[in-house]
Structure formats: structure tokens, C-alpha cells
Design a protein around this ligand. Structure first.
Ligand SMILES: Nc1nc2c(ncn2[C@@H]2O[C@H](COP(=O)(O)OP(=O)(O)OP(=O)(O)O)[C@@H](O)[C@H]2O)c(=O)[nH]1
Ligand SMILES: [Mg+2]
Length: 303
């Protein structure tokens, strides 16, 4: 299956809910329908201010649904260039709240970079539980990559430092640091993460080159405060939104991009190795919006 078909399949819940409220392309839209559309967008986690802005512009447009599609694309097209992907090693830090899919995502990333012929080293800086290291090791082995680990309970910053040093010494192309899930309100864990970030820059000036915040697509409004807090601490450069296959809330990406002017780097639509894909705004919007709304515009009465 192509990336696009997998994405489409993954987003079916979100698309089906939108299909119930979005008018068919070319059909007349009355005041009530506009309200329903706005509510539907809010239900899909687009966020009230952005939904209101979309509706206001769509009302004035000759083809409202085409306008909606275009506006969504603009929202999602944030700063698509990665920072210094040419660096060797290219160093990534991955963080987020508990259970959002960080470790699985890193496994999938290692697999994808490996498939591009890159040598990948992963650092198990989630040292809280031995099981966390084991879980990462399984993914990394499956992806044909290598792992750096230390004893349970050791300092995550020290694991990150070791991993980068080894990455430099052994000529790895990509170094990815996994971190333990943490709630953004836990000050001591957020300080620990800040230390990981600082120490990475000591191991290699300029590292981490990219900082990816993994968000569970079904989180709801709390995702907004999560992204805000993590960004303050680790200067997030991109988002990865996972579990879009299990939710009707596929609009959350729009809200996060709009609010934080951050790009989405990857989206996750399932638990398999292939279920993580580089983010492509057009494919995303075309998967999110129901086909009937995107049909060729009908001639208007005056045309
Ligand atoms: N359906 C679905 N499940 C996913 C996706 N990504 C991850 N998961 C599942 O989410 C669960 C948690 O994934 P982990 O990778 O362990 O999450 P984590 O962020 O590393 O968790 P902690 O380290 O405990 O904070 C696992 O069961 C994954 O299989 C996705 O895109 N879709
Ligand atoms: Mg994990």
C-alpha cells in the first residue's frame, strides 16, 4: 500500500465525521449549515479560533470547500525544511508525554533511515524502567540499527552524551535519543529533560539538530499545553502526531501548526513498521476532507 492509501485508511474516522457535516461541493450552504460546519471543525480539534477564521473566509468564497482546503494547506505548510539534515551525525531528540508513541516512532524512524542506507544509532535515555530499554532494543534490532544503553536508573543525560560521542566516533549518520514520557507539569522531570537537551549540545555543538515532540492525535485540547510547555524547555523544531488511525480528531494538526508555527514532520497511523510517514500537507488534507466536498466545482447560477 502506498503512503497515501495508508494515510487515507488511517484518517477514515476523522474523514467520516467531517463527511457528515461538510456539504457536497457546489451545494448551497445556509446559516445553519455554516454553524454545523464550524461545530464539526471544532469537534475534529481544529480549535475554535481557527475554525471561525476558516468559516469567515469560506463564506465569502465562490467555492467554499475549495477555499477550506486551500486554507488548511496554508496552515499546515510551516517551515518544511529540516535543520541541518546534512550533518553527520544528524542528531534527533524525541520527547513527549507518557505513552504517545515515542519509542515505537523511533523504531519506525530507524527503519526508514536504515532503508535509505543510513547507519543509525539510538540512545535509550528512558532509564526509568528496564522494560523501556528492552522495548526500544527490540524495535532497534528489528530496524537493523544499534543501541546505546546504561543501567536502569542511570542519568538520561549521560546516556544521551554517550550515544552522541559513540555516534561521532563510529561514523553513524543518524543519532536518535529516546526519552521517558513525562507530564509537562512535572517540574523535576522537565528539568531532567532540559539537562538532556543541554548535555547533547556539549557532546556535539549544534546538537540536537531537530527536536521532535510526539503528540497522541487523540489527546484533545491538552495537546496545546503540552506542545507549549515542551517547546519552552527543548525548543521543539517539529511535531510527530501519532495514533491518527484511532481518532476522529485529525484536525489537531491544524490547530498546533497554526498556534505554534511548527511543522509536522511525521504522522503515525498504526502500529506497524510502515505506519509512520513523512508529513505531506497535500496528502493530509486530501485524506482528511471527504471526497464529495472536493468534487469539481459546480457552475453557479450566474455563470
Ligand atoms: N494505533 C496506533 N498505535 C500506536 C501508534 N504509535 C504508537 N502506537 C502504540 O502506542 C503505544 C505506546 O507506544 P510507545 O512507543 O511505547 O509510547 P512511548 O511514548 O514511548 O511511551 P512511554 O515511553 O511510556 O512514555 C504502543 O502500544 C504503540 O504500539 C499509531 O500511530 N497508531
Ligand atoms: Mg517509550
Amino acid at each position: 500500500m502506498s503512503f497515501f492509501s495508508r494515510l487515507k485508511k488511517g484518517l477514515s474516522k476523522s474523514r467520516d465525521s467531517l463527511a457528515q457535516i461538510l456539504p457536497k461541493s457546489g451545494s448551497k450552504i445556509d446559516a445553519n449549515t455554516w454553524m454545523d460546519i464550524e461545530d464539526g471543525l471544532i469537534m475534529a480539534d481544529v480549535g475554535a479560533p481557527l475554525a471561525a477564521r476558516y468559516i469567515e473566509s469560506c463564506k465569502k468564497a465562490a467555492d467554499p470547500m475549495d477555499k477550506l482546503r486551500e486554507m488548511m494547506l496554508t496552515t499546515l505548510r510551516q517551515n518544511t525544511q529540516m535543520n541541518q539534515p546534512e550533518k553527520i551525525p544528524f542528531v534527533l531528540l524525541v520527547a513527549g508525554v507518557n505513552g504517545t508513541g515515542k519509542t515505537t516512532t523511533i523504531g519506525k524512524l530507524a527503519h526508514q533511515y536504515g532503508a535509505e542506507g543510513k547507519k543509525v544509532l539510538v540512545g535509550a535515555a528512558d532509564t526509568f524502567r528496564a522494560a523501556a530499554v528492552e522495548q526500544l532494543a527490540v524495535w532497534v534490532t528489528r530496524a537493523g540499527a544499534d543501541i546505546v544503553k546504561q543501567a536502569e536508573g542511570s542519568d538520561p543525560a549521560s546516556v544521551a552524551f554517550d550515544t552522541i560521542s559513540r555516534g561521532i566516533a563510529k561514523g553513524y549518520d543518524v543519532v536518535i535519543i529516546d526519552t521517558a514520557g513525562r507530564v509537562q507539569t512535572d517540574t523535576s522531570l522537565m528539568n531532567e529533560l532540559a539537562k538532556v537537551y543541554r548535555v547533547m549540545n556539549k557532546a556535539l555543538a549544534g546538537a540536537p539538530h531537530e527536536v521532535w515532540h510526539v503528540v497522541d492525535g487523540g489527546t484533545g485540547q491538552n495537546a496545546v499545553v503540552q506542545v507549549e510547555k515542551f517547546k519552552e524547555i527543548i525548543h521543539t523544531t517539529g511535531l510527530i502526531v501519532t495514533k491518527l488511525d484511532g481518532t476522529g480528531k485529525g484536525g489537531i494538526l491544524l490547530q498546533l501548526c497554526e498556534r505554534f508555527k511548527l511543522p509536522v514532520r511525521f504522522v503515525g497511523v498504526g502500529e506497524n513498521l510502515e505506519d509512520l510517514m513523512p508529513f505531506h500537507a497535500e496528502n493530509y488534507v486530501n485524506s482528511l476532507l471527504p471526497e464529495a466536498s472536493l468534487a469539481e466545482p459546480q457552475p453557479t447560477e450566474s455563470a
